[in-house]
Design a protein around this ligand. Structure first.
Ligand code: ZN
Length: 311
């Protein structure tokens, strides 16, 4: 039993329209599902990814309107690391982000940037041979597009507490220091710890990561749940998230983990050609559609070029 790397990452936004503008406009991701928070259907749950909405490139946001800006601290993921194909791609993104007035910093091997709410991203030239997972955008040449997740970096002041769970229970492989690889038959990602900044600043608000999910084969989810429970990590029951099934638990450093199944996927309730173009509601919420469509903030999506292309 192995995880197929990171399945998705979920973060928080206080500004859904601005979030759509940045992730689909500036970063050129595709919105692969426009849905609502299954625990509070009056606010969005937005999903961005590659053209197919593949596990491995899926970044999602809960909309918390009016949420104060958060700050990552101990027990939180503080940086999302994406793959690109080349040094030229890093240069392209550095120029593009600078032209758009966003912060970005080119280092010898990566580009650091933040979204408009301060969520940190890093682009790296990846040595992984996994299939690149990219979206189409008329403004981003295909060879420069983001290619899915390389990994995430979390803050912990006591990473040794997580060693047994990561290494023994979850099958992560230590690469060096506090850098772990999570690799299955098809793809992999890294999970790494950095020392936390002072605890006093920590808050889970806009621009912070809520949880990170690892990809489980459908038939393995119950067995994973049992294994995590046996290790003492107190997993939730299996929850049907409609696009995948999920189990959540907190790893000892405090980071909220999810194990999410590879499938059924985002094409379960809409044509792959038209992913994310209309509001998708799990069946239980369908009776609320008219009311929700009236109260949810209008979003700048889909762009006209996508409608023209998908017909
Ligand atoms: Zn999730």
């Amino acid at each position: 039993m192995k995880f197929e790397g990171i399945h998705h990452i979920t973060a928080i936004t206080a500004d859904a329209p601005g979030n759509v503008e940045f992730y689909t406009g500036t970063l050129g991701l595709r919105m692969v599902k426009k849905s609502v928070n299954q625990d509070d259907p009056t606010v969005y749950h937005l999903f961005y990814g590659d053209e197919a909405g593949s596990p491995g490139a899926d970044l999602t946001f809960f909309e918390y309107p009016g949420a104060a800006p958060g700050k990552a601290g101990a027990g939180m993921v503080h940086r999302i690391v994406w793959r690109v194909a080349s040094q030229e791609a890093l240069d392209f993104w550095h120029e593009r982000l600078s032209a758009r007035g966003g912060p970005s910093e080119l280092t010898d091997y990566s580009l650091l940037l933040a979204d408009p709410e301060g969520l940190e991203h890093e682009l790296v030239v990846s040595a992984a041979e996994d299939e690149p997972l990219s979206a189409h955008s008329p403004e981003i040449p295909g060879e420069y597009a983001l290619q899915g997740f390389e990994g995430v970096r979390a803050y912990s002041n006591a990473p040794a507490l997580s060693e047994d769970l990561l290494g023994e229970t979850l099958g992560f492989k230590r690469v060096q220091g506090e850098l772990w690889e999570v690799r299955g038959d098809r793809r992999g990602s890294f999970y790494a710890y950095d020392p936390a900044p002072p605890e006093i600043n920590r808050s889970q608000g806009a621009g912070t990561v809520h949880h990170v999910a690892f990809g489980a084969n459908m038939d393995d989810l119950e067995a994973w749940r049992l294994r995590v429970a046996t290790a003492g990590a107190r997993p939730t029951p299996v929850i049907d998230r409609f696009y995948f099934r999920s189990v959540y638990f907190r790893e000892p450093s405090g980071v909220l983990f999810e194990m999410a199944t590879i499938g059924p996927g985002f094409a379960v309730d809409e044509d792959e050609q038209h992913l994310g173009e209309r509001l998708s509601l799990p069946p239980d919420f369908e009776p609320l559609r008219a009311q929700l469509e009236n109260t949810l903030t209008p979003l700048p999506y889909p762009p006209s070029w996508r409608l023209a292309a998908s017909g």
